[in-house]
Design a protein around this ligand. Structure first.
Ligand SMILES: C[S@@+](CC[C@H](N)C(=O)[O-])C[C@H]1O[C@@H](n2cnc3c(N)ncnc32)[C@H](O)[C@@H]1O
Length: 201
């Protein structure tokens, strides 16, 4: 049996970017369209989509009139996004060290991003810094104990990821002075599969 390589986000997503959008249905199944209920009116809002990937959220938010900046560590994922929209500003960068001044965004979104952080505090702290007073962070936390196997041209890989308990995510956000405004725990039967939080600065 060939060994499954565990790669960093940059290496893993660069390698699998071309096929990422085929997973859209799978990703949506963890959200069950609930994100859109929480986002509200977007027209004219300045939004940072952190860990934007191929722009699954960014493209829709832009179509709804938001001014979207899409940031990701993977240049190949951003290339896929750029094929879909020329209205979105893309940036290669690290969500744990955001290349922006403080207090410039109305909303920071992060879907399926924190699963790649051992400790999401650094990203939350950075999101807090770049949000305007009263701005909001929308973050999702997938229940994923083992990263899925991904077939690539260079063999089967997994991308490094970490499991976070929902109560831990709540605790961290509150300790950083966010107020949790809304929370949806998406369930399948008895089990939670995704936590979606809107937290206000
Ligand atoms: C599972 S994908 C989610 C993409 C998109 N948000 C979505 O919901 O489809 C995770 C994305 O986070 C990016 N990522 C991982 N670590 C990052 C970091 N430190 N800073 C910015 N992006 C990161 C990956 O490159 C990848 O594109």
């Amino acid at each position: 049996m060939p060994k499954v390589k565990i790669l960093s986000s940059v290496a893993g997503y660069d390698l699998s970017a071309a096929d990422y959008d085929k997973k859209e249905k799978y990703l949506n199944s963890f959200e069950k369209n609930k994100i859109w209920l929480l986002l509200g009116y977007l027209s004219g809002k300045k939004i940072l989509d952190a860990g934007t990937g191929t722009g699954r959220l960014a493209v829709e938010m832009s179509k709804n009139g938001a001014e979207v900046t899409a940031l990701d560590v993977s240049s190949e994922m951003l290339k896929q996004l750029s094929r879909k929209s020329n209205k979105i500003k893309t940036m290669i960068g690290d969500a744990e060290c955001l290349p922006f001044d403080k207090e410039i965004f109305d909303l920071v979104t992060a879907a399926f991003l924190i699963v790649h952080f051992k400790d999401p505090s650094r990203f939350f702290d950075e999101a807090y810094r770049v949000l305007k007073d009263g701005g909001r962070l929308l973050v999702t936390n997938i229940n994923q104990k083992e990263p899925p196997e991904i077939k690539t041209k260079q063999g089967v890989i997994k991308i490094e990821s970490f499991y976070h308990r929902p109560e831990k995510i709540r605790e961290i956000l509150q300790s950083l002075a966010f107020t949790i405004e809304k929370e949806i725990i998406v369930k399948e039967g008895e089990n939670w599969i995704n936590q979606i939080i809107v937290a206000k600065k």
